[in-house]
Design a protein around this ligand. Sequence first.
Ligand code: HDE
Length: 699
Amino acid sequence: MADPKQEQRDRFRAEDPASGPMTTDQGVPVDHTDDSLQAGERGPTLMEDFHFREKITRFDHERIPERVVHARGAGAYGYFQPYRSCAEFTRAAFLQDPSVKTPVFVRFSTVQGPRGSADTVRDVRGFATKFYTSEGNYDLVGNNFPVFFIQDGIKFPDFVHAVKPEPHNDIPTGASAHDTLWDFVSLQPETLHTIMWLMSDRAIPRSYRMMQGFGVHTFRFVNAQGQGTFVKFHWKPKLGVHSLVWDEAQEAQGRDPDFNRRDLWDTIEAGAYPEWELGVQLVPESDEHEFDFDLLDATKIIPEEQVPVEPIGRMVLNRNPDNFFAETEQVAFHTANVVPGIDFTNDPLLQARNFSYLDTQLIRLGGPNFAQIPVNRPVAPVRNHQRDGYHQGEIHRGANYHPNSLGGGCPALADPDDPAFRHYTERVDGRKIRRRSPSFEDHYTQAALFWHSMADWEQKHIVEAFRFELGKVGAKEVRARTVEQLSYVDHALAVAVAEGIGVPAPQERPNTPQPTPSPALSFENNRGDGSISTRQIAVLVSDGVDAAQTIAVRDALTEQGAIVELLAPQDGTVQDKDGSTLAVDRALPTVASVLYDAVLLPPGGLDSGNAAADDAALRFVRSAYRHGKPIGALGASVDKLADQLPGELRTASDGDATVSEVGIVTDRLSAGTTAQDFTGAFAEAVAAHRHWNRPALPG
Ligand code: HDE
């Protein structure tokens, strides 16, 4: 089926550079662009060199302001398709017909760092989707956390100033571990629930393709009868939710600052299209006050156990942009880009966003005509009397006012029976006051809900993250005040953090919340479909490797969708044990264990005869071990691996493949088994992603 957005992009593509010679911006052919026009060979450059001046001026003006938050991102095109009609709840055109695919553009981002910062920082990730629907653009501008740090948008500049690099020295880049953020947090307990998410592994996603997305606010669906239903939006990744480990994330910042963007780009290029399911939590308006929190409070979730998430459609990203600046940088999202059938609520954070996003595009994109930029253009027709301004790219004709008779009254207004956006007729009355509703007062129950819903290893990572972050805070009183706040969430948490950062343990609070855990919040219950699709597996080879077994295991894993790379001490080929050659994908020194999800040691793979090379390979394995990654070993490599492991794990088995509970799969291939028998067990360990119950490495 034709994709209207891609057809539209075709119309806006620049002239094919192969269609003729180079020209100036005025279309004048150019035959020399390497030397400026000078008075004599060693003389000054002449003002009349219009080609030089145009080229330099255009270069001088290439930059636009980066986004004030979410500056660093990566985007892709794709489509959304509903599973069924949602007419019962909403009249949104793109949620009616399961045979209709609506084009989308999605931009993922970090929040704190500038455009050139690293991907794998501890931070919230933006997950913004523009649906090019037949009734206009709908933007779902969400994050990978379901909650936000503040309740009212008027606090956004304070929060962002606190988390951004400190004003005197512009440090730290892409990090929240500094005094001003924690000063703010310790004084502003409404941040605590989202801070718990930020200290969890959710804040260091393995891949943009492996994180959930959330609309955060409660929105409103409106059906054709004008009836409203509260709705929360959830994106669930088909591959499950997976994260990095903090130590690994930090190393990846140096090894590959583009870790997440490269992953998105490469998998789309390879045809392994990322996919999410869109789910909704629906709450009838009559139940608005049935919760022990306020639906308008963006620091709260509705636990999935209380209101289940109903899947309503799926999104597939299948096309990389042609030009980063034109598309990913210039895409302009706006929470107020809604379509008939989707409306707002009075969430004060959402109300503020509805002002901010248009305002910010005016400065960032230099004027009011940014909706004409190809990535922002609706595929629905645009007709109105908005005119002129910077960067006007359209030639409007006819009357530019309403009502008019000279232009035939055009464009006519939609008839009452035609589709048009009609604001939900919510009844509103009240006094003008600056006051937070008492229903927004409880800041601790859901922070505790998150904490108590975590598996042991998740809690351990959260404590370590608090210790790291607060350990970087210079002001001891800020550390102590934050721990004090944590004591209202959970005493054990506060004590564990205090111990690591050298502040006194806070006293126990009599009534810390004890909410019923929500299993849906744990990574343990978001593992996806158990596939190993797109997991990156490193196979360490060297001269003397058993090529047949290596190829067998590589092919079996590739067949299951994994991306398997053969790494050797140097690029090119290695000699098989029988003298034939095996092609290598990369040289070990150009990569690192942190760039892979698992490591495999085929028979003879660690016998290069070069002690330094073998040592580098073993360091790779040890790093994978420390980061909980699955490790497989075959044949003689089993003993080499065993030598590296803690004593209690050294008893690698003979015979059939064994999955140790700690994600180490070994097979000596001594009882007639083949490498292929082993791959099932190894794939299972890879699907589990990380294995936390490992004893520490010796040495
Ligand atoms: Fe944003 N936010 N935000 N935000 N936000 C921006 O808009 C703002 C909030 C989110 O890939 C800015 O175009 C205010 C919540 C994403 O282009 C700006 C408030 C959520 C993106 C802005 C919030 C988000 C932005 C900066 C509090 C999750 C990146 C550049 C009232 C639901 C979009 C821009 C992209 C970007 C303002 C809070 C998500 C300044 C005032 C809550 C994913 O307009």
